[in-house]
Design a protein around this ligand. Structure first.
Ligand SMILES: Nc1ncnc2c1ncn2[C@@H]1O[C@H](COP(=O)(O)OP(=O)(O)OP(=O)(O)O)[C@@H](O)[C@H]1O
Ligand SMILES: [Mg+2]
Length: 367
């Protein structure tokens, strides 16, 4: 409690010196929010203030601030603390934490309120610098990852160019065709990488439609069944269970399923198992729609599992960009859901997209 003796003008002796010289801002306010006393540091920073409203002195406002701690202390006689941004006498933004304390008169009423302000402008500026440094570090890492992926793809482009050149020089048509094919694949890869990266970095506004998730699963099975079967992989969907339509961005969920299914096919393709299988499933339980993609491929080691959702992480060298799962997770989160992985190394993996119905996006206005 402040050394208040009933006379606000009088903080005698040492108290008076301490009040003046203490290295924080102190003000005493009456019930009209007028400053009746202030210490030296407060006057040096905010200018002369005696008889002026605190909100005018600290913030150049003409009305009391919202959630004013002084108002609360006058009301309940308790201490209150809050953080504010003011403007000092030379017009610079000043951040401070204010704590208010009641000065009770003999009748037990709160006659005045003492405000103690701690200037945190420098801390705020350091915090801002730190955030900026972190942002730049993230940009640097991302650019390095992108450059690495492009470099890998360019190796494929160079290989293709070499084959085309040799094919032309030797009049070897099949070699030229093979090289041309390699060139095309790698150009498509770099273009997909750039598009995926841009969509990942910028995001897109979801275009939401009411759709039965089973329809999306059917589309994917139709799209990939041929490719999978040529690789000796059985791709199938479990028997359709009834599910009410849900507000989803079909293109975005389609992208998620494409990513998960192509990962599942990739892992089965390199597996030495006799029977290779990828299963898609959609169920609704307890208000959650769960779409899962299971495979009996290589499974994922625990150490790798920790990294699969990080930018550009891939174990596929030049054949992967490491953006698939990251993009998938971003889309799932935009739908208010989460993505889970269960994997047993050597046995296979299940990727589950869990979408709580209550958190799904709202429908766009258009029909
Ligand atoms: N079903 C799976 N089984 C085993 N490993 C997987 C599976 N799904 C993902 N992974 C691992 O996670 C890594 C990251 O996957 P992600 O889809 O993000 O990138 P990618 O498949 O390598 O590249 P891209 O998707 O661009 O082709 C993969 O390289 C692979 O190591
Ligand atoms: Mg992938």
């Amino acid at each position: 409690m402040a050394p208040y003796n009933g006379n606000i003008e009088d903080f005698p002796g040492e108290s008076g010196i301490l009040f003046e010289k203490v290295p924080c801002y102190i003000a005493i306010l009456d019930r009209d929010y007028k400053i009746v006393r202030s210490n030296e540091k407060l006057r040096n920073t905010f200018g002369s203030c005696r008889g002026r409203h605190c909100y005018d002195v600290y913030k150049k406002r003409s009305v009391v601030c919202e959630k004013c701690p002084t108002e609360m202390t006058f009301h309940d006689g308790q201490e209150h603390t809050s953080t504010h941004v003011g403007i000092n006498k030379v017009g610079d933004e000043t951040h401070y934490i204010v704590t208010t304390s009641p000065l009770m008169g003999e009748n037990g009423n709160v006659d005045y309120v003492m405000e103690i302000l701690t200037d945190i402008t420098q801390i705020k500026s350091l915090e801002k610098d730190k955030l900026e440094a972190e942002r730049l570090a993230a940009v640097g890492q991302t650019v390095a990852g992108l450059a690495h992926s492009v470099k890998n793809i360019l190796m494929g482009v160079e290989g293709g160019m070499y084959m085309v050149e040799v094919g032309i020089n030797k009049g070897d048509q099949s070699r030229t065709a093979e090289g041309w094919d390699m060139l095309q694949r790698n150009i498509t890869k770099v273009s997909t990488l750039v598009k995926d990266f841009l969509s990942f970095a910028k995001g897109r506004k979801p275009v939401v439609k009411l759709i039965d998730p089973n329809v999306l699963l059917d589309d994917i099975v139709e799209l990939y069944a041929d490719t999978a079967s040529k690789m000796g992989i059985e791709l199938k969907k479990t028997r359709k269970k009834y599910m009410a339509s849900a507000p989803l961005d079909p293109d975005a969920i389609h992208t998620c399923l494409t990513n998960l299914v192509s990962n599942a096919i990739d892992t089965c393709h390199i597996s030495s198992k006799d029977k290779k299988i990828v299963i898609l499933d959609a169920v609704e339980d307890g208000g959650n729609i769960t779409i899962s993609v299971s495979d009996n491929g290589s499974g994922i080691d625990y150490d790798i599992q920790k990294k699969i959702f990080t930018t550009f992480f891939t174990t596929k060298g030049g054949n992967g960009t490491g953006l698939g799962l990251l993009t998938t997770r971003k889309i799932v989160q935009e739908h208010g859901g989460k993505i889970e992985v269960e994997s047993i190394p050597g046995k296979g993996s299940v990727f589950k997209i869990v979408l709580p119905r209550k958190q799904l996006p709202v429908m766009n206005d258009s029909p």
